[in-house]
Design a protein around this ligand. Structure first.
Ligand code: PA5
Length: 448
């Protein structure tokens, strides 16, 4: 299934250190599976590919079919873990220009995201795109109180009700939230919207395989049965506690070893633009799980070869604090051959008869060796093909690696206390009742 190779990082890790991690990795495994570590009330994702609610899964498919039949556009409203996994799946598996395809080439709705920023320009431009189209909304928020999606939902619910009336809008709004708590749950119950549940014991960034991701992913036509099967098989494969046999644990261990040896930044690198959103999902998963108590690898991303012409210089020659995790697909879904040219005025005839995938792979191999020579260890995570099945495996691989890695680092990988600081300040500055004292203090500091 997933192939993991750390041979291009070995020279950066003292020889016996990997062996020494066998016991800590085993302990982290026990903490995850016996639920004895910090954050143990957020481990629902570990067995989720086996334990998910089959009736709800069927209801998701039915709702997806209705949305496909009745909508030109699905608006996905959510932020952080409530949208990044969905976007990762859509961008990785669908056509690179999915939303731009003519109706003859796409019989599923356009999918647009909102509620992940507070930009008035973005909102206004999105409204332009929606004009004259039949719109459905899937609003996703576990807490049901996050300000960004809450504001976007208020705006687009009003917009939809004005266009088609409150009754008809009820049939076009789908709510994914907590089973009983939060303002969104209350509103959904009052209005009679169809709802899907985000399990109590699964945090936002581990929730892509719950209704959070499944509904919009299914709307785009992706096979969610295959997605879940990939995750289920990955769960089985990465159940082995022995690091020698478990590549997911090898990845978790290697990145910690690199961190302990001065590599503080992990760049997720890909040679396929369709991996960019996946890397954004990964960035949140690891950043929010590990960046706490003054510790944690800083997760960043680069898309090659585009970023070789912007960040390539730094990676090759800048501060030696980086390592790369290259994420790659063995066989591309499509390929293009380079033709001979009689004049050969561009001097590229040496590539005639070669495929673009061949050129891309040579760029990857050459870059990797150059970066290793420049002091940047490379880890490789490879899947055989870009399919829903393999993506399901990949989601699970990184979720589990993140849990193990966080425990190796000595943090709780399932909380995010640091995210509250900006929220409290923003709400105080906006004048939310109850924040009066904080507002006054912050305003003094802003004026100083
Ligand atoms: O991983 C997390 O918990 C966060 O990124 C949340 O997903 C994000 O803050 C959105 O929260 P909510 O779904 O409650 O609106």
């Amino acid at each position: 299934m997933i192939h993991f190779d750390y041979s291009h990082a070995r020279s950066f890790i003292p020889a016996d250190e990997m062996k020494q991690l066998a016991q800590p990795v085993f302990r982290a495994h026990e903490m995850l599976h016996k639920k004895t570590g910090p954050g143990n009330d957020f481990l629902g994702w570990v067995d989720w590919p086996m334990t998910y609610d089959v009736a709800e899964f069927d209801r998701i498919k039915q709702a997806a079919a209705r949305i496909q039949a009745h909508s030109d556009v699905l608006l996905v409203i959510g932020i952080g873990g409530s949208y990044l996994g969905t976007k990762a799946a859509l961008d990785f598996l669908n056509h690179s220009f999915y939303n731009l395809l003519p109706a003859s080439k796409r019989n599923t709705p356009e999918i647009h995201f909102v509620g992940n920023n507070i930009s008035p320009v973005y909102l206004a431009h999105l409204t332009d795109v929606l004009e004259g189209k039949r719109v459905s909304i899937n609003v996703i928020s576990k807490s049901g109180t996050t300000v960004e999606p809450a504001i976007a939902f208020r705006l687009f619910r009003d917009w939809l009700e004005q266009k088609i009336g409150r009754e008809a809008a009820r049939e076009r709004i789908y709510v994914t939230t907590d089973k009983s708590r939060g303002a969104l749950r209350k509103l959904a119950d009052e209005e009679g919207y169809e709802t899907f549940v985000i399990p109590d014991d699964i945090g936002g960034r581990y929730s892509v395989l719950t209704p959070v991701g499944l509904l919009p992913i299914a709307v785009s036509g992706i096979d969610i049965d295959a997605l879940m099967q990939g995750a289920l098989d990955a769960r089985m494969e990465y159940l082995v506690p022995d690091i020698q046999e478990n590549v997911c644990y090898q990845y978790a261990a290697t990145r910690n070893l690199l961190y302990n040896n001065g590599k503080q930044v992990e760049l997720m690198v890909s040679y396929e633009p369709r991996f960019r959103s996946f890397a954004e999902w990964w960035k949140q998963l690891f950043g929010e799980s590990e960046g706490k108590e003054g510790k944690g690898i800083f997760p960043a991303l680069a898309e090659f070869s585009a970023d070789l012409h912007s960040m390539g210089q730094y990676i090759q020659d800048g501060q030696r604090l980086l390592f790369e995790t290259v994420i790659t697909v063995k066989s591309p879904a499509l390929d293009v051959n380079i033709q001979p040219d009689v004049a050969d005025s561009d001097g590229l005839n040496f590539l005639a008869g070669k495929s673009m995938d061949y050129v891309n792979k040579k760029a990857y191999e050459g870059t990797m060796l150059a970066h290793v020579d420049g002091g940047v260890p490379n880890l490789i995570v490879e899947i055989p093909e870009a399919t829903a099945y393999h993506l399901g495996s990949l989601f699970y691989f990184f979720e589990k690696a993140c849990g193990i890695s966080g425990y190796l680092l000595g943090v709780n990988p399932f909380d995010q206390p640091g995210v509250e600081a900006y929220k409290a300040n923003m709400l105080a500055l906006l004048g939310k009742p109850g924040y009066e004292l904080q507002k006054a203090e912050l305003e003094v500091r802003l004026r100083a």
